[in-house]
Design a protein around this ligand. Sequence first.
Ligand SMILES: Cc1ncc(COP(=O)(O)O)c(C=O)c1O
Length: 362
Amino acid sequence: MERIYNFSAGPAMLPLPALKKAQEEMLNYNNSGMSVMEMSHRSKPFEEIIGAAEANLRQLLNIPSNYKVLFLQGGASLQFAMLPMNLAKGKSADYIVNGTWSKTAMGQGKTQTTVRACWDGSADNFIRTPEDSELDLDPNAAFVYHCCNETIQGVQFQKAPKTPDGVPLLCDASSDFLHKPIDINDYGCIFACAQKNIGPAGVTIIVMREDLLERVPEGLPSMLDYKLQDSKGSMHNTPPTFAIYMVKLVTDWLINDIGGLANMYEINKRKAAMLYEVVDNSDGFYIGHAKKECRSIMNVPFRMQTPEMDAKFIAEAAQNGLCTLKGHRSVGGCRASIYNAMPEEGVVALRDFMVDFQKKNG
Ligand SMILES: Cc1ncc(COP(=O)(O)O)c(C=O)c1O
């Protein structure tokens, strides 16, 4: 069977070279006589794998030495609770609410500390990100939290928001981590679940400035304590070994096949431009969700005039090998997630299908 173009928001496509390498090494990793799945996390080969995954991330993102890299479990959702649990120190925390995931994170924050929405885009149905000048920031906040790419609404920050002096910026980058070069110094902590842009579900990557670990209160449950997890090299318990191995292979691909994040960004911009061009030139046949200047280049939500037409589009696209285009139930319509691993040919095929579908049904 041929592989399809899978536009799922996550778990999403993985780069074919990474999958092939995993297939090649499945039964016998590097002459160890076993698969990575069967290997002790305390073994030398696995220590090399997790070390290489971290080194690749440090190289790709130019992560400064005063930042820690952790590989934890519980998905991005556990970070929604762990961040305020570890870093709030009894202070109030500011949340920029620009879509479903930041709203969910603030709800979880509330279980741990006092929270404030320093901006809330819900009245407009989350179609944009705020300007820095619109943020009502508390200079004494424990942190400012935001989600740089709202996967469901397809709304993306073009740059990191500015926070008051001494107030760290926390960022959920689950759906756009590694899609372009960023300056890690802008963030106190940036984190991402793997299953969209980095690997399979099961591991979440946390990049945290080391001084924030000083805030971690005594007495947290071990698994929820960043300081302890860091002191154990993310191996307080058995880590998701195979997922971490896949992160290593995906980041190998970014370095060796793509040539780094600047190149990846150029490819990602070209892919998104193809789809938005069709939406913009469709005379209202395709209706985008986000405002132009805040549109995501990773998740492209759009709909047609009726839910019936959306359903026809999704069904016919699937017959053409263009799969998982249904939008999230809260926004409706369609959504094309075009993460790093979606090849340009897949986006060309979707673009051509969209043009053709409009000709037949417009
Ligand atoms: C931006 C964002 N944050 C958080 C999550 C939740 O991730 P997880 O399922 O790993 O908890 C998702 C998607 O599922 C997401 O898109």
